[in-house]
Design a protein around this ligand. Structure first.
Ligand code: BGC
Length: 386
């Protein structure tokens, strides 16, 4: 159910911004190449997907102590969303400022998930070099977060063509034939850059794979990207989630690579009619005025968690919830109730979590008043309900 509804949403933000949407793949139709090569030719490093064989997958050995302690360190966290995963930082109204980093740490969050749209800051063709200024910018943010004692999950977010989605306003299509190898090559560069960072930094391969990334495609591509990461980061803890927007129902089709330094993740926006009411990027727009949380809604929100827990136990890896939250168009008291139920349910099941998100449409923080929304913050970090 969750998958069906999530998959109906329109390409995020292009709709919200009323912007022109550039059809992904237009250029590819002209270039007409495949993922076995690129217009740059096979002699260009990173031009062919065959340079990146997948780590064997399907018989994962179970998590290392390192992966388990990294997952435990995530604790209670928050996404710095709509910042570095906008087409360019600031395009969606919020940026990562030192003040925000201070506030996250001072509030008592233990970790941050940092969504980053690497795909809009790299060359279209091999060797797909990431803009050094953007890499330096992300590096500055990562270091500032780690410097405040926060564990950081650095991800790749909204590489629209990877899912076969239309582009957002402000993006330029790359040849479809290089989309997958470019993904792996982006990871190779990110991993190389951050290779010397400590264990407080985790990499998450991709946010909410869906669309053209069905389970068969994603299992192989994730294993290729992991192989690229492992060239320079043999023990970096890497996070992998299932397809269908990181839906718990797709965990059964996720084949983890045979690697011990992994942590699994899911997202949970059930009940979607509550969490996404009035959201501009969901089509058709869901009616507002939906409250939370009656017993049927509680069952809907906890159902995926109860699928994820035994899956993770069986496969032998920790699992956390990388996104949950309710949009600001939902009634505040219900958002508070939703957060409480989710937090309690996740923690009873031993799952660390990241609230979506800090200072935009779901924001626990008001960036104009520069204060936390007290009820929302208490629902996440306050004392347990009496
Ligand atoms: C997307 C956001 C979206 C959120 C809730 C996230 O995974 O990246 O753009 O606002 O889900 O729908």
């Amino acid at each position: 159910m969750s998958f069906r509804v999530r998959s109906q949403r329109a390409p995020a933000r292009a709709v919200a911004l009323g912007a022109a949407v550039v059809a992904a793949g237009t250029l590819a139709a002209i270039v007409g190449c495949t993922d076995s090569g690129s217009p740059a030719g096979p002699s260009t490093p990173g031009a062919s997907i065959h340079e990146y064989p997948p780590v064997p997958f399907g018989s994962p050995p179970g998590a290392s102590a390192l992966a388990r302690s990294a997952a435990a360190a995530l604790g209670r966290g928050v996404n710095l969303g709509n910042m570095l995963e906008a087409p360019t930082e600031g395009a969606w109204g919020v940026t990562v400022t030192p003040d925000i980093i201070d506030q996250v740490a001072a509030a008592g969050f233990q970790s941050v998930r940092l969504p980053v749209r690497w795909s809009n800051h790299a060359e279209a063709n091999a060797p797909f070099t990431i803009d050094p200024a953007f890499l330096a910018r992300v590096d500055t943010v990562v270091d500032a977060l780690l410097g405040r004692g926060l564990t950081v999950v650095l991800n790749m977010h909204h590489y629209r063509q990877l899912d076969g989605d239309a582009l957002d306003y402000g993006e330029v299509a790359v040849p479809t034939g290089v989309v997958d190898v470019r993904f792996v090559r982006l990871w190779e560069q990110v991993a190389t850059h951050f290779r010397a960072h400590g264990t407080g930094l985790l990499f998450e391969l991709y946010n909410e794979p869906h669309g053209r990334l069905d389970s068969t495609a994603w299992n192989v591509l994730a294993a290729r990207a992991l192989g690229a990461v492992r060239r320079t980061n043999p023990t970096r803890v890497v996070v992998i989630g299932p397809t269908s927007w990181n839906w718990a129902g797709a965990l059964s089709a996720l084949k983890l690579p045979n690697d011990a330094h992994l942590v699994a993740t899911i997202h949970n926006y059930a009940p979607f009619a509550f969490t996404h009411q009035g959201a501009e990027w969901v089509s058709p727009r869901l009616p507002t005025g939906v409250t939370c949380c009656d017993p049927a809604q509680v069952a809907e929100m906890t159902g995926p968690l109860k699928v994820a827990r035994p899956w993770a136990d069986a496969v032998g890896y920790p699992i956390f919830v990388g996104e949950f939250g309710a949009y600001s168009t939902a009634p505040t008291a219900s958002r508070v109730a939703f957060n409480r139920h989710m937090r309690d349910s996740m923690e009873v099941l031993g799952m660390p979590w990241h609230y979506w998100e800090f200072a935009a449409g779901f924001g626990v923080y008001d960036p104009v008043a520069r204060t936390f929304r007290a009820e929302l913050l208490a629902s996440l970090l306050g004392p347990p309900a009496p």
